[in-house]
Design a binder for this molecule. Structure first.
Ligand code: ZN
Length: 207
């Protein structure tokens, strides 16, 4: 079974993905794959870094090529959880050629909550756990790593990403509605509440 997660930036896709990994999904985050490509100085590193630094979308063909490579490393029997793709209608269609998508979940969260979360968000440089300045600071309470604000948590960039999302999400939503596999979940309260909604859908199916 394969599912895609999409939703506003900082709507909690990462935290929800962590929970779903515990439910035996293999998590594929295109954001992580792109950052890894930059870190490893891969063939697309320069282009990706430019896009990430300027809040632009990385070209579909690059994202899909990197995704395709990743899929080739994963067993065909795996339950896949895709996060960060699709971001455009074209990516929906191209993704469908690579794998069958069974469920599409959109995480919905009001803009003011997203901005507040971003202002407070920290990521551990060691275990990659996400936390909040409201909960802890400086050092990770789990592994002792350094807690850092993420570079793309810049508020102006975030506003631009939200605007881009609002433009680009509509055709994605329509695409999955037309396939009969679209589900909206409330991501404004807590990740556990979002998870419960997802599990309920997975239990009862697309009807
Ligand atoms: Zn840590």
């Amino acid at each position: 079974m394969n599912i895609v997660l999409f939703g506003y930036p900082n709507s909690g896709k990462g935290s929800l993905s962590q929970k779903l990994i515990d439910c035996s999904f293999v998590h594929i985050s295109t954001g992580d794959l792109l950052r890894k490509e930059v870190k490893n100085n891969g063939k697309y590193a320069h282009m990706i870094k430019y896009c990430l630094d300027n809040g632009k979308f990385v070209d579909d063909s690059i994202v899909l090529d990197i995704l395709k490579n990743q899929l080739s490393l994963i067993s065909n029997n795996s339950n896949l959880l895709l996060d960060g793709i699709p971001r455009t209608l074209n990516q929906c269609e191209e993704l469908e050629k690579l794998i069958k998508i069974d469920y599409a979940f959109e995480l919905v969260c009001p803009k003011n909550i997203i901005i507040d979360r971003a202002k407070n968000r920290l990521v551990c440089d060691k275990c990659k756990r996400t936390t909040s300045k409201l909960i802890e600071k400086d050092f990770c309470s789990v592994c002792g790593g350094n807690l850092l604000a993420r570079v793309d948590d810049n508020i102006d960039l975030l506003n631009k990403r939200i605007d881009d999302y609002e433009i680009n999400s509509k055709p994605i939503r329509n695409y999955y509605v037309s396939k009969g596999i679209y589900h909206q979940v409330d991501a404004s309260i807590s990740v556990n509440i979002t998870l419960q909604q997802v599990k309920r859908v997975l239990k009862y199916g697309n009807n």
